[in-house]
Design a binder for this molecule. Structure first.
Ligand code: ZN
Ligand code: ZN
Length: 208
């Protein structure tokens, strides 16, 4: 639904908390908040804008909601009225969830990646050009003038991911993995995930 460049996390997806929730997030706290699409509201704002009945329904991304113009109109009317609405990055929210779990003496709710490349585009670009020099990749059928090898910078909740298509030979895959492992040995931010797929799919490369 949109991306921002967060000062702490680089490129990240957006979330739209009310100012009250945003203050908590900034303090790395996570209370009883209500997630509706990109909105993240405190109970007071949920009630103030009469969205109590929507949080559960919309959370499920239920097909019925998308076909119900009346409900959607109601939601977007309320959305436009929310004066306290502001913007944070989903990774900042993730940090608050993990810190809150730590304070509560609970396990982190998901794995986190403190040592992965994000907006270090120089390092990522250099790595990708080395990879393309070293190995032969097929041309992408989805992206014009692009080899079928893609990199997605990492973030707090996921590692940098290298996605390679059409290379199905195990020996060749092993060579690539070894090369990447060795390449990242001297790099401090070295959490990398490597994926191989038989064929490309027409996705949008956005997980927001
Ligand atoms: Zn609020
Ligand atoms: Zn952030």
């Amino acid at each position: 639904m949109g991306k921002i460049i967060c000062k702490k996390h680089g490129y990240a997806c957006i979330v739209e908390p009310c100012q009250h929730v945003a203050n908590e997030i900034d303090d790395k706290k996570y209370g009883k908040f209500y997630h509706i699409f990109t909105l993240l509201l405190c109970k007071n704002c949920l009630q103030k804008y009469n969205l109590e009945n929507f949080s559960d329904k919309l959370l499920s991304y239920d097909g019925d909601i998308w076909n119900n113009d009346e409900l959607l109109d109601y939601f977007f009317d309320a959305y436009d009225k929310i004066e306290e609405r502001t913007v944070r990055c989903t990774e900042c929210v993730a940090v608050a969830k993990v810190e809150q779990a730590r304070i509560n003496g609970e396990q982190a709710p998901f794995p986190t990646y403190n040592k992965t490349l994000n907006s270090h585009s120089n390092i990522i670009n250099k790595f990708m050009s080395q990879l393309k020099i070293k190995f032969q990749f097929q041309k992408s059928i989805v992206v014009d003038n692009h080899f079928a090898v893609f990199v997605k910078p990492g973030a707090y909740t996921y590692p940098m991911t290298v996605t390679i298509y059409y290379i199905v030979n195990e020996e060749e895959q092993t060579h690539i993995i070894k090369f990447i492992d060795e390449y990242f040995q001297s790099i401090l931010l070295n959490q990398v995930k490597i994926e191989f797929f038989e064929a490309e799919v027409w996705n949008t490369w956005s997980n927001c």
